[in-house]
Every structure is written in C-alpha cells, then in structure tokens.
Design a protein around this ligand. Structure first.
Ligand code: ZN
Ligand code: ZN
Length: 345
C-alpha cells in the first residue's frame, strides 16, 4: 500500500472514487487515460480496461478489476452504498450514471490536490532536473540565434533540445511569440519570421519522470523601442519583488499583489492582466495559485512559478518566469538562465 493512499484513507469519511487521472497516478503510480480508483477502509480497487490491464496488475497494494472500455458504465454494478467523488473532475454524464445505479454520492474531492502541492524529495529531484534541462535548451537556442527564423522553427528546436538533453518531451506546447504577437500571453507559435529590434517571448518546459518544468525568457533581437525597453525593466522589477515574497506562510494573493504593485508603480499596471504564478508538478498548472483571487497559503515544498508579463498591443510583449521551490526562508529558484535583457541576433 502506498503511503500516499494511507494518508488519504486516514482522512476519508467514506470511500473515495478517484476519477482524476493525475490523482490516480499520484496515489498509486498508475498512468492511464481510462481508469478509476476506489479507496476504501480495507482495500483499494483499480478499475481499468484491457489496454491497461498488464500495467494495472503490476500495481502493488491494489485489487485490479478489469472493466469494459466504458469504466463508468460498469461501475454501478461493482460499487454500492455511500461514495465520495471528485466534483472538479467527474463529468455530469458519469455522475448521473452512478446515481442511476443506486449509489449515494457525496462531494469529497480536493485532498489529493492538496497532497500533490507539497512535493517529496523524489518529486523535487525530477522537477530540478526538468528545470535544468530547460535552462540548457534556452542556452542553446540563444547561441543558435533567432533573427530570420520562424516562431515555430524555434518552438520545434526547443522540443528537439528537450529530447537531446534527456527529457521525455515538452510539458506543454512551446510558445514563441515575436514582435506584436508577443502581446498575447498565450500566443500560438506561427509562421511569423523573427525580425531585428523585437522582443521574442519563449515560454517552455519539459517533462522528467512525469514532472513538469515551466520557464519563460524574453529576448531582444537588437536595440528595442523605448516602450519595450521600459516594459522589460518594469517586468523584471516586478518579477524580482514577487520572488522575494515567496516563502512558506505567504498568501498566494499577497505575493501576487507585491509584484503587481511594483509593476503599477512603473506605470504599466494595466498591461499585466493575468495571475503572477501557479503550482507545477505532474501537471504544469496545479495548486497553489498566486493570483488576486487565490485563497492558497504557501507551504514548504510547494513548487510555483513567478511570471509577470507586460503586454503592449500592436508592439510586443515581455514575460519573465522562474520556477521556484517554496521554503521557510524564501524561494529556491530553479531557473538559472540569466534574466538581464539578453540580445540575440
Ligand atoms: Zn510558462
Ligand atoms: Zn507558467
């Protein structure tokens, strides 16, 4: 029995049906796109179909129950009584199917996400390695140059570098946003050819042992117009102020507010319209959140990003993102590629 399951079980008032695939993976180390886990007081059952059966049989401490391809069509026949479910994950159709099968369903999610937010040593080691590979990829694309290449050439090269440097792949589609495209925080990397005198926002991360990294750097391709130069300076000041505020016990919304305040003092408060950062782990976006609406309080071993951005419509964008581990004393910054404005031709 995994210690993660034991810890969860101790807090449950009724059996919990874990439908969230990432939570299943976290609890028992089993990755599948079509599985459910029922954590009961005296046993743990893992439900999945033939395609995943071999892997499911190898999971220690669980009873594997092979279902049809339609796990949730079969579950009502296999379960009974009062069962907790994960309301952020279970679809309405599946909920109704379980309900029609006579189960008493009570919302019971959130605990596994809370556990996932504080990383153990192995998880931190994987994330550190992913961050280090990401640094290496940034060094290489900076050395190879940007001007004259298409955004998507750079995005593809980042993916190649992740592969060459030993990662399992990218943790999300690489964003390369040059010139005016950079004013969209989630721009697609397209056919735009990178020109001299622009900013190029590169947001990328990779996977190691299933764990994500996430980093953004903004390059200059030659001297920048004054407004972009200023945007870079203000963004960096905000980023450094936010980083400094990251420590165990800090509220997610306070850390966000500190960075946001600094950017507002630089006169660009209205150009920073997204949250300051997010947790990173098996998913590239998870708890805790650093944003104005956040109710999270940072704990030791959380891994979060600090990533303010400034977006000047029609001109360009700047974003600077570091990945950090929360400790009692402050941030342990995992992203080491330089943040001073770097010119790459
Ligand atoms: Zn990012
Ligand atoms: Zn991010």
């Amino acid at each position: 029995m995994s210690s993660r399951v034991e810890r969860l079980r101790a807090l449950l008032e009724e059996p919990l049906l874990v439908s969230n695939a990432t939570n299943v993976r976290y609890l028992v180390g089993f990755a599948s796109s079509n599985a459910a886990l029922l954590v009961e007081p005296d046993r743990v059952r893992l439900f999945t179909d033939f395609r995943y059966a071999e892997g499911a049989r190898a999971v220690a401490g669980v009873e594997f129950v092979e279902t049809s391809r339609y796990v949730y069509r079969d579950l009502p026949g296999l379960l009974s009584g009062r069962i907790g479910f994960e309301p952020d994950d279970l679809t309405v159709a599946r909920y109704e199917r379980l309900l029609a099968g006579g189960l008493e369903l009570v919302p019971g999610g959130g605990l596994v996400e809370l556990f996932r937010a504080a990383k153990d040593d192995d998880e931190l080691a994987a994330i550190r390695r992913a961050a280090s590979i990401t640094d290496g990829a940034y060094e290489q694309i900076a050395a190879e140059g940007l001007v004259g290449k298409r955004e998507r050439d750079i995005a593809w090269r980042m993916e190649e570098l992740f592969h060459e440097l030993g990662a399992e792949g990218p943790s999300f589609p690489v964003v390369v946003a040059a010139g005016p495209n950079g004013s969209r925080p989630h721009a697609d990397s397209g056919d735009r050819v990178i020109e001299a005198g622009q900013t190029v926002v590169v947001d990328a991360g990779c996977l190691v042992d299933g764990y994500c990294s996430d980093c953004t750097r903004t390059f200059a391709t030659g001297p920048l117009p004054a407004d972009l130069q200023q945007a870079y300076e203000v963004c960096l000041e905000g980023q450094l102020a936010g980083l400094e505020a990251v420590r165990a016990g800090a509220h997610g919304r306070e850390v966000d507010a500190i960075a946001r305040q600094r950017i507002a003092e630089g006169g660009l408060g209205d150009k920073f319209g997204h949250g300051l950062g997010h947790g990173v782990g098996l998913l590239v976006h998870e708890a805790p959140a650093l944003r104005p609406e956040s109710e999270d309080i940072l704990e030791p071993r959380n891994v979060v990003t600090v990533e303010p951005g400034i977006y000047l419509e029609g001109v360009g964008g700047v974003r600077i993102e570091d990945l950090v581990v929360v400790t009692e004393d402050g941030p342990e910054v995992l992203s080491s590629f330089p943040k001073d404005l770097t010119t790459v031709n």
